[in-house]
Design a binder for this molecule. Sequence first.
Ligand code: AMP
Length: 273
Amino acid sequence: MLIARTLSELRDARAGLGLELGLVPTMGALHEGHLALVSAARVAGRVAASIFVNPLQFGPTEDLARYPRDEAGDLAKLEASGCDLVWLPHVSEMYPPDGASTITVGGPATLWEGALRPGHFTGVATVVAKLFGQVRPRAAYFGEKDWQQIQVISRMVADLLLPVEIVPVPTVREQDGLALSSRNRFLSAENRAAAPALYSALRRAAQAIAESAPVVATLATANAEISAAGMQPEYLALVDAQSLEPIEALTRTARLITAARAGSVRLLDNVAV
Ligand code: AMP
């Protein structure tokens, strides 16, 4: 497994990897969800993973400083997963001091996470575009756990005519249904015990809506279930799966999306309907 820490090391490493390269962008603290992306990319060809805790996507009051970091553990996991190249850029190389360009996506980036975390998706879109330019993958793999993020990146790729295929990978969960996340380690024992209620509420609501239950009442019930489990729902919505616009009736491409606080940890989840 090649490891590149500077752009010139990346250029040398990239040169030997051919056209069929899949990129898995991550912020590290890797778990089985990230490794599922590596496995999906491996089926198609060579795999590059990036590990970069991107300061631009964190708000001023968010957890950049305490975001978990475990470079040695991450490299061991990537090596064992058959990753070919790991790109570990420095902040100064991603964001040179004279840099003056960012990418702001409209449409799906303006709602939900975009509304609650101003600037977040500009940070995501900007870093992903830079990674595409640096690594030049044929395809890039993203987790459905961050459903809105996939739609924002797909919008950017379509709008800017970037020659990269975006491949969504299903959410990897704990046995009790909690979606794996690098931030789950910050859940207290009590909040960890409550957290699976988010996915069960989503699944029950998706099932009910699929069976023609009224949408507004079903969402209210799911919200009440999440609150009763001790979490604070931030949003829970039936949306068009691509545009993320809220919808009141079931369409072919609907998605049920939610964010809730469990103590100090924000949990995101979503299901197909
Ligand atoms: P992160 O390191 O949190 O920025 O995530 C890097 C990538 O891994 C993103 O595409 C995430 O959507 C994806 N990811 C995170 N958690 C999971 C999960 N539980 N299942 C599948 N993909 C995931």
